[in-house]
Design a protein around this ligand. Structure first.
Ligand code: ATP
Length: 240
């Protein structure tokens, strides 16, 4: 039996003495798109950052069924995990192409040719980035910037991509476009853990979902079931 790609069990994260994530149990299987939705301050970003090794955590984190004793960014990156942070953190005064090349930094030892080949694969996923390859990142539209941030994370050839609120600040049509591309990553061998406040958009592209409330998993299930769950509709989907 194959193990989940990522598994959290009894996973807790605290800021000094205040616990922001309480005993979370969550898994992402190979080829899945899993979303974590929930209100402001529920602990979604904290959960993602700790799962990436950016914040200390307690409890268990397993990759391919193997326990990672003390998750660090280096370990997570070398084991095929990448994070696209909420603020996207691009280098505004650098071109699209140079931002992408920086994403492959950890793999430079493999040689420039490999990086160019990977960049061409990224351009095949995001043709818009190819058209703008020489343009400064600061001059891109919000949607293009989000695509560049995702493209940069993909340069490292991750198996699991963790995305923190990719819809933030984007117009509804652009959100749909960005999430459409996210849903296609599966066919490129990338599984996705997607943190979103835009519950409807996230549930429309995800296979499974967890609802995080006050740091704990309040509900979980198939995304299409949650889209029709009265409590989710009342609390997170509003009218329409
Ligand atoms: P949002 O959608 O608004 O980003 P979120 O679900 O991602 O919310 P977090 O940002 O993870 O929530 O915050 C969870 C809790 O931890 C909140 O109560 C927040 O105030 C607290 N918190 C976040 N960052 C810190 C920090 N650096 N120091 C102390 N407390 C923090």
């Amino acid at each position: 039996m194959s193990h989940p790609l990522l598994q959290l069990d009894g996973f807790c994260v605290a800021y000094r003495t205040v616990e922001a994530v309480h005993s979370v149990r969550l898994q992402v299987n190979e080829g899945e798109i899993v979303t974590v939705i929930g209100p402001n301050g529920a602990g979604k970003t904290t959960l993602l950052c700790a799962a990436m090794g950016l914040l200390p955590s307690t409890g268990q984190l397993l990759l391919d069924g193997e326990r990672v004793a003390r998750p660090s960014v280096e370990t997570m990156v070398s084991r095929g995990v990448a994070l696209v942070p909420e603020r996207r953190e691009l280098f505004g005064e650098m071109s699209v192409e140079d931002n992408l090349l920086l994403g492959g930094f950890y793999q430079w030892r493999k040689g420039k040719r490999d990086q160019r080949a990977r960049m061409d694969e990224i351009f095949a996923i995001f043709p818009r980035l190819q058209e703008r390859r020489a343009q400064m990142a600061s001059t891109l539209s919000g949607g293009e910037r989000q695509m560049l941030a995702i493209g940069r994370a993909l340069m490292a050839r991750p198996r699991l991509l963790m995305l923190d609120e990719p819809s933030l600040g984007l117009a509804p049509l652009v959100v749909r476009e960005v999430l459409r591309v996210v849903s296609q990553l599966r066919s490129h061998g990338v599984s996705v853990l997607l943190v979103e406040q835009n519950a409807r958009a996230a549930l429309q592209v995800a296979d499974r979902a967890y609802v995080l409330e006050m740091g704990a998993v309040a509900l979980e299930g198939k995304a299409r079931d949650l889209l029709h769950d009265q409590r989710i509709i009342d609390t997170y989907l509003g009218i329409g």
